[in-house]
Design a binder for this molecule. Structure first.
Ligand code: SAM
Ligand code: SF4
Length: 338
């Protein structure tokens, strides 16, 4: 029988500044198999207690509630998401959620070749792979572990599995890898990748170094412009804050991400779920809401939706981090590579 009672559509999530929130980034672990100098210390990080990490079932429950109020895209990130066992099981659970039409992964690529086929079969639609250098000696210096060839194999495997377009995230640091910007850009002439250069941000590990390492998106574009004419283009499908450009006739594109400039904030459509179940409303700062407790208390979907709605009032208009300042919440950065 047809249900003739008109039901109002669930109003979609939007923050106090009228930005629709359609994108949820989920950190599935805080741990990693690399120790990138700009991200983590070599040792001594206080890892989150295993009991505090959300299970896949708990994450899926939050995703279902978020999808009911307009979240459409999910990104799995970390730490390194591929070190968490059976990630394809979580991807399948998210893919089965009505309303979710995009499931992306941010990875350092080390374990990608082994897992990508299973992930795509489970419903993964896109991947961002971090790659800061094309030289093994530098890879080891930046990531504090070897592995360049495994990352390159991971990129090839991702293409072979049909995961396109692939975005490569490259954090550019003056004096460390900025002389490779042109080589990365040349790669886009015949490979359908979007190489995205990310301005290095100050986090605990590089709060002193980042000022001297910092190189602006503008300077990166000028350097690439010196080896060929760049024109602005639409980026590949995605939710990122990058601006994209391409050489004439190139298969791929280059993008720049300037997290420290505030135009990044104007179009913000995202919130982040930490591995221990905190909903983070901004990349930096202490704006978060605990979702683990209501999930573990079996509060139910309506309660989760109410909490998600309430969290919108906590989302700030913009971050207040600038070049040369100290991050107020050092570990807040964990998912820039969108
Ligand atoms: N482990 C995965 C990876 O490396 O892609 C996912 C997590 S990682 C934190 C996500 C992205 O953040 C990576 O592209 C990484 O390069 C970037 N990132 C980490 N620390 C950064 C910093 N201080 N400044 C700019 N980007 C940073
Ligand atoms: Fe690990 Fe990614 Fe951080 Fe590098 S950037 S240490 S790969 S989480």
């Amino acid at each position: 029988m047809i249900d003739l009672i008109a039901r109002p559509l669930e109003p979609q999530l939007a923050d106090a500044f009228h930005r629709p929130i359609t994108y949820l980034r989920i950190s599935v672990t805080d741990r990693c198999n690399l120790r990138c100098v700009y991200c983590m210390p070599e040792e001594g990080l206080p890892w989150i207690n295993k009991a505090e990490i959300l299970s896949y079932e708990e994450i899926a429950e939050i995703v279902r509630a978020a999808a009911k109020v307009g979240v459409r895209s999910i990104r799995l990130t970390g730490g390194e998401p591929l070190i968490r066992k059976d990630l394809d099981r979580l991807v399948a659970m998210i893919a089965a959620t009505p309303g979710i039409d995009d499931i992306a992964l941010s990875t350092n690529g080390l374990l990608l070749a082994d897992q990508v086929q299973g992930l795509v079969a489970a419903g993964l639609t896109r991947a961002n792979i971090s790659l800061d250098t094309l030289r093994e000696d530098r890879f080891e210096a930046i990531a504090r572990r070897p592995g360049l060839q495994r990352v390159l194999d991971g990129i090839d495997a991702a293409f072979a599995a049909g995961l396109g377009p692939i975005k490569l995230n490259c954090v550019v640091m003056r004096g460390q890898n900025d002389d490779e910007v042109e080589a990365f850009a040349q790669m886009t002439r015949d490979r359908a990748v979007a190489v995205r250069f990310i301005e290095v941000m100050p986090v605990q590990e590089n709060v002193e170094g980042h000022v001297s390492q910092y190189i602006s998106a503008q300077e990166i574009l000028e350097r690439i412009g010196a080896i060929g004419d760049l024109r602005p283009v639409d980026g590949p499908k995605g939710n990122g804050p990058a601006r994209y450009y391409a050489f004439d006739g190139a298969a791929g594109s280059v993008g720049v991400i300037s997290p420290l400039s505030h135009d990044y904030c104007d179009t913000c459509n995202r919130v982040r779920l930490s591995a221990d179940g905190r909903l983070k409303l901004c990349l930096f700062g202490d704006h978060f809401i605990d979702l683990r407790t209501p999930v573990r208390d079996h509060a139910g979907e309506d309660a989760l939706i109410a909490i998600l709605r309430g969290s919108m009032y906590v989302k700030p208009e913009r971050h207040h981090l600038d070049i040369g300042t100290t991050a107020s919440a050092m570990r807040a950065l964990s998912e820039i590579g969108g």
